[in-house]
Design a protein around this ligand. Sequence first.
Ligand code: FE2
Length: 387
Amino acid sequence: MGTEIKNLKDLQNTEYGLKKMFAEAEDFLPLLGTDYVELYVGNAKQSALFYKTAFGFQSEAYAGLETGMKDRVSYVLRQDKIKLVLTTSLEEGGVINEHINKHGDGVKVIALMVEDATKAFEETIKRGAKPFMEPIREEDKDGYVVRSGIHTYGDTVHIFVERGNYNGVFLPGYKKWESHYNPEPVGLKFIDHMVGNVDWNEMNEWCEFYGKVMGFAQIISFDDNDISTEFTALMSKVMSNGNGRVKFPINEPAEGKKKSQIEEYIDFYNGPGVQHIAVATDDIIKTVSAMRERGVEFLYVPDSYYEDVLERVGEIDEDINVLKKHGVLIDRDDEGYLLQLFTKPVVDRPTMFFEVIQRKGAQSFGKGNFKALFEAIEREQDNRGTL
Ligand code: FE2
């Protein structure tokens, strides 16, 4: 875990150490990608309408009383490779309501696609993971799925999904969700990364968890010198699986003159959890303008950001005035550049938000934008009285 490298290409080409570690990781926990992300929400029907209207997700599958599910309702929404599951409870009490009561609406499950969910469970448990769900085989007329699960930071869990023998719409127990309301997609393609906020001094512990238990390697690290403004700071490390399809940056708060956004998150979420889901697009201008039109609020970027940004990032294909109009941020690394933009929190508590990202070669996470970004977030915090 000690070796640090600048980008994914370095990481895959490293002769010594990491390559061996990744080879081992690929042996014990090969991940095919993110399968789905499940949120526990107060009102799944209304959240589903929000994600369809504002984010362009499509109606995919449904489970509830009509499909024989007695205690909960789940709506599955899809846009290209991204699957969101919105789940709420039909009962008083229980784990879903407890989760919502403690955290507000938030991510419960980051599901990862595997070839063998039983092996994924055994290998991670052997390496110290805390079990969440023993391997279970679920089947219907379309085949079978095996799922298993382990705990990660806070009340968040990973579920391993083995769906090689299944042709149904989502999972056994779900039916196709037919809707007369089908807003156009906005061009979101896949989940680029998902960020976890953990508590003070817990970042290294959780990076070690991803290293030891899941065979991930650290690809980038930022300290409070990299990520700080006059008032607030945070630390971050990015963990990646061997093929780079699953990347989890982990943030912890750092001391500043005022309360950082990570601390604010931890306070309102009542502990660690998913801070943001970064979704990739091939055309950020098109995606962001569609989302804005449909009511998504993005963080405001001051005009001054664009005055010297080209000096920092060099030549880009896009018209800077168009990027400015849409408030898109730009950053560059050794391999290329990236365009990114962050929504305001999409829930009532100042907790979870989305990032829209378009990579043009760059494999990093927008370090050059952190300062501008944090200053934008501080303005929001100031409005909330939580800075
Ligand atoms: Fe991000």
